[in-house]
Write a protein that binds this ligand. Structure first.
Ligand code: COA
Length: 155
């Protein structure tokens, strides 16, 4: 399967929403933050997506979703590394995320769990953060502290 990553465009919004709905992820704030969304495309079809919200010097990795039929092929990993590279390029100090079902997925990228109340206020104030279930696990990543920032050679 030949998968390419590219920046999302306005016309991708319906396909991105379909991917998010299929994975029961919130749509809140998607359009406002589309600028830093990416799409994984195979045979002209969006098979994965992921985005980065920028709040000052902090980031919120969000909406990582891969078509269930294409799961396990490394698409989620490629999208995650792309978003983390983008965060580094933007000079972000830390990247946060919330997840209800993938807290065991993100440590491989250097994310560590933290108490939701310890997430900075600017991130907590985001529409996405507010929309996520209270039970979601909060995680944090930093390019320097994690010591794990080594994008794989596929990027
Ligand atoms: C999490 C998700 C993005 C992973 O994408 P993917 O392309 O299937 O994953 P990759 O191919 O990059 O990685 C596969 C590996 O991750 C593991 N993995 C996949 N989903 C996982 C999850 N939810 N929890 C823990 N591990 C997971 C697989 O077991 C596999 O492990 P291995 O490398 O040891 O064999 C995808 O399963 C998904 O869309 N999940 C629903 C939405 C979600 O939870 N998003 C995260 C919050 S924003």
């Amino acid at each position: 399967m030949d998968v390419t990553l590219r920046r999302a465009r306005t016309e991708d919004v319906p396909a991105v929403e379909t991917l998010l709905r299929a994975r029961e992820l919130p749509l809140d704030g998607l359009v406002e933050h589309l600028e830093n969304f990416w799409v994984a495309e195979a045979d002209g079809k969006a098979v994965g997506t992921g985005g980065l919200e920028v709040h000052g010097r902090l980031g919120l990795l969000r909406s990582l979703a891969v078509d269930a039929d294409k799961s396990g092929a490394g698409i989620g990993s490629r999208l995650t590394w792309q978003l983390l590279e983008e965060a580094v390029g933007l000079g972000l100090r830390e990247v946060f995320l919330l997840t209800t079902s993938a807290s065991d997925y993100f440590p491989r990228f250097g994310f560590v769990r933290l108490n939701r109340r310890d997430v900075p206020a600017d991130i907590q104030a985001s529409a996405l953060f507010q929309a996520c279930p209270r039970a979601a696990t909060a995680m944090r990543w930093s390019p320097t502290a994690s010591g794990l920032y080594e994008p794989p050679s596929v990027i």
